[in-house]
Design a protein around this ligand. Structure first.
Ligand SMILES: Nc1nc2c(ncn2[C@@H]2O[C@H](COP(=O)(O)OP(=O)(O)OP(=O)(O)O)[C@@H](O)[C@H]2O)c(=O)[nH]1
Ligand SMILES: *[C@@H]1O[C@H](CO)[C@@H](O)[C@H](O)[C@H]1NC(C)=O
Ligand SMILES: *[C@@H]1O[C@H](CO)[C@@H](O)[C@H](O)[C@H]1NC(C)=O
Ligand SMILES: [Mg+2]
Length: 485
């Protein structure tokens, strides 16, 4: 896509916006809840029947796989095991409910009035989701069928002062709903309940009612739901489909993670070049990206967006590592083509030393892990970044290889921002399978009620690029890091 097309595409999007945007105010939420309640029983049967297994491609079994990939497999298997357990559990619940209904009818000739039973269903679908929900005891102790745990509005934001022009942003499928619910809870509990920032959800498909209902109940700020326009989630016309298909087949044979996935490639390209110009995102200057199943382990007591602005930061990270080389063999060539065409976009005082050991001749594969990012949207919307993305997009590596948005964002930040504009959030304790960033220093962890095991911290591992970030920026490593390796 050329610059001109990119711009007119934006205009088009703006005018089309209301058609596919759905905004939910946190306060309108209660209304929706009642509607679900009656479906609770049927819901059990449905969850039980459908296998909620993630549609992941086959994972590599080869023992010399990239460490990310290896650990990843373990975790995936682990979570599948847990899922099987959940299903078994659900089966028990269904069984218990059937038993209860039978009991109810049998005992209805006796004079036990049991209006409680139907009313417990009024309190959302607790019996479906909450394993502690008193499904069985309900018949025995009719007077305590409902514990006093009424649904409440989220408490008001406690942090004083104004808010930044900022939002959380999540790209997700409807099937990611429970994984993203978990992430939202972490972000809300550790940070956003104090600030009530908005949350934008983007999807290449329409979000369904369940996704909207669940996520809008959890977010303290406004939630907005956007559909990605087709032209941002499809093959550009210059891509040779046969060549792309052949690559996917080869990568499948080499067991490269997501190597044969088309949707994963669209996702990487979308996160690289489009999410920040979605009409819903145009309303904001700052974003915090959140993926399904991530965790935050420490309290965050200050406004991270304000920190970014006040300290002139444009991009940030919590974890960094070496990219899996097979996914980006010609990415660096494409970057060099870009920098020779647009030398004006490469800034002085950048972080080239973090990317390259030989002044830019070769790439060392270091990248910031982009499933966590707090960054400036106007930077991503700048001519420099758009020229960069457009140039890479034409090189075709999103489809002829499997370029990830992490190295794409990272290289851009390292070359087109001053090195002081990139921030390492040591204080944001973070997990995305399979890596953890747990802040170094016991006193910090105690003061901020951290729940991560310092032994899991990846920062000082040989596969992390964070020590190199400290060196390139002339920063002292946190006190005590040697003891926490
Ligand atoms: N709407 C939509 N979202 C997607 C699709 N594929 C991935 N995503 C989202 O894009 C983000 C990145 O995808 P992930 O599957 O988490 O990719 P990853 O982090 O490299 O791999 P994991 O280790 O499996 O998490 C997540 O927020 C996903 O929910 C898709 O086909 N459609
Ligand atoms: C927020 O930022 C966007 C993008 O810079 C801008 O268009 C919008 O007017 C800003 N909103 C406010 C309230 O400042
Ligand atoms: C870089 O540019 C050269 C010359 O135009 C071209 O032959 C080559 O394919 C480009 N490489 C990439 C990875 O885009
Ligand atoms: Mg992920």
């Amino acid at each position: 896509m050329g610059d001109a097309t990119a711009d007119s595409g934006l205009d088009e999007l703006h005018s089309a916006a209301p058609a596919f945007i759905h905004t939910v105010d946190a306060s309108t939420l209660q209304l929706r809840r009642a509607a679900v309640a009656l479906a609770a029983l049927g819901g059990v049967a449905k969850v039980e029947g459908s296998t909620p297994e993630k549609s992941l491609p086959e994972k590599s079994q080869s023992s010399d796989a990239h460490p990310h990939q290896q650990q990843h497999q373990k975790e995936q298997q682990h979570s599948r095991g847990a899922m099987a357990g959940q299903q078994r559990y659900l089966r028990y619940i269904v069984f218990a409910l059937v038993a209860i209904i039978l009991l109810f009818f049998i005992s209805s000739s006796s004079s036990v009035p049991s209006p409680q039973w139907p009313t417990t269903k009024g309190d959302k679908s607790q019996s479906v989701v909450d394993p502690n929900a008193p499904a069985a005891p309900a018949t025995e102790k009719e007077s305590t069928a409902t514990t006093p745990n009424p649904g409440t509005q989220l408490p008001p934001a406690t942090a004083k002062g104004d808010r930044m022009n900022a939002t959380f942003v999540t790209l997700a499928r409807n099937s990611d709903v429970w994984e993203i619910a978990e992430s939202i809870r972490h972000v809300e509990d550790r940070f956003n309940r104090k600030f009530n920032y908005d949350w934008v959800f983007l999807n290449d498909d329409d979000f369904n009612d369940e996704f909207i209902k669940v996520t809008s109940a959890l977010v303290s700020g406004k939630t907005k739901y956007g559909k990605i326009p087709k032209e941002h989630w499809s093959f550009p016309e210059w891509i040779d489909q046969d060549k792309a298909a052949k690559v996917r087949q080869e990568m499948k044979e080499k067991k490269i993670i997501y190597g044969d996935s088309i949707s994963y490639r669209h996702m990487c390209r979308y996160e690289s070049g489009f999410f920040f110009r979605h009409p819903l995102m145009m309303d904001y200057e700052w974003y915090w990206r959140v993926e399904p199943s991530v965790k935050l382990f420490c309290d965050i007591e200050y406004d991270t967006f304000k920190f970014m602005a006040e300290n002139k930061k444009k991009y940030s990270f919590t974890l960094s590592l070496y990219e899996y080389v097979e996914t980006i063999p010609t990415l660096w060539d494409a970057v060099k083509n870009f920098t020779s065409t647009y030398p004006q976009h490469v800034v002085e005082g950048n972080s080239m030393k973090w990317l390259s050991d030989d002044d830019g001749k070769t790439y060392n594969h270091c990248h910031f892990w982009s499933n966590f990012e707090i960054g400036n949207l106007n930077w991503l919307r700048s001519d420099a970044y758009i020229d960069y993305f457009t140039s890479l997009d034409h090189a075709g590596g999103f489809f002829y290889e499997r370029w990830g948005d992490a190295p794409v964002h990272s290289i851009a930040a390292a070359l087109m921002l001053k090195k002081e504009e990139i921030h390492f959030f040591n204080d944001i304790a973070y997990y995305h399978v399979p890596f953890t960033h747990c802040p170094t220093g016991e006193q910090y962890r105690l003061d901020h009620k951290c729940s991560c095991n310092p032994k899991d911290n990846f920062d000082w591992n040989g596969y992390s690029c964070t020590a190199r970030f400290y060196e390139v920026n002339g920063m002292d490593k946190p006190a005590g890091y040697e003891k926490e390796q």
